[in-house]
Write a protein that binds this ligand. Sequence first.
Ligand code: SF4
Length: 401
Amino acid sequence: MPSSRVSIVRTPKSPSRKEIEGAIRKAIDLIGGLDDIISRKDLVLINPSWVAPPTDPQSAVITSPEVTRAVADIIRDFGARPIIAESSAVGVDTEKVRANSAYGEMRSEGYEVINLKSTSKVTVEIEGGEVLKKVETFELVTRADIIISVPKMKTHDQTELTCSLKKLKGLVSDEQKRWMHKTGVFKGVVDINMLLKPRLSIVDAILCQEGLGPIFGHPVEMNLIVAGKDLVAVDSICGQIMGYEPEEVLITKFAAERGLGVMDNKMIELAGEPLENVRRRFMRSVEDDPVEVDGFSLLFGGITCTGCRNTVMSALIDMRNAGHLKYLPGVTVITGDPDIPKAVPGDEIVAVGQCVPKGKRGKRFVRGCPPNNAYVVDAIIGGREKVRRMYAEKSLEETEE
Ligand code: SF4
């Protein structure tokens, strides 16, 4: 007997703002409207993804501003107060992500758009939390009556995919995000969802990302909106659209086991487009390799979080774009606390980030949490080329070890 409903609605190719709003309204109607979850005058926190640059729509990294704007309009028309709020990945300047995207114009259009990293933080206990007994979030998040997750459908280099449940990591502080990668990101995300109890997900599956997501993958046109009030069911269906079995995606699996929702298709009533009409296998993160150079190795230790992965991948892509890959042979970049093969000479190691234990750092240690990608490039090429710092919150001089 189905207990959760998920809708899948097609948009036209390269949809207009009006067509996106029409598709979202239809997707919400198909799951029974908003009356059972939102009251008029509620403070509704809408949480899109602003994980990191690049912010241009064709890169498919952040949630489309048109999707978020349409959700805010629908909430406002309903009589509640929408606030769009997010904090980017560890170490990324959220204000720059906002200002350099179409979200930058939305304040002047009358929307409340908040960079959570600039707001007050508060620590809240999680009753029944498995790996997190308390979490550092933002005061605004705790004041919201309703939270709506508005993710972009993407593959993810650590969690297979990122969708409604993972999105909520944007509602905790950088310190908390770092800590979660040490305690276990899969169960940590489930704990955060247990605390925040999001009531609705509207997935931007119009232009998605496959391969080395959530930042460095390849755009995939799907032209879909997926919606539901059970975020586990939404993520299970989104995963299946992308070619994953529900239990392959550990966040979905653990969330279902903890009773946050259902992932079994027998328990999910689908409305709108049939699943088999919209499936397309996404390239897995491990199948993608944007920088393959003989004699170069990359060792991500198990505790490496998005911060250092993002830093290292941006550094390599910057080097590729600048024609600097010739400096990579004979270099092993490490993050977290990896096992380093004995054959690797110490002077070949470029250790990135403070999670690398002191005994493994060597002479080419790049401090920071995370360091800026420019300093990683510098450590690799030894100052033989000039590199530019982008989107980092701190200069090297300000960076603490
Ligand atoms: S040093 Fe890197 S891997 Fe460790 S917490 Fe900071 S950003 Fe994450």
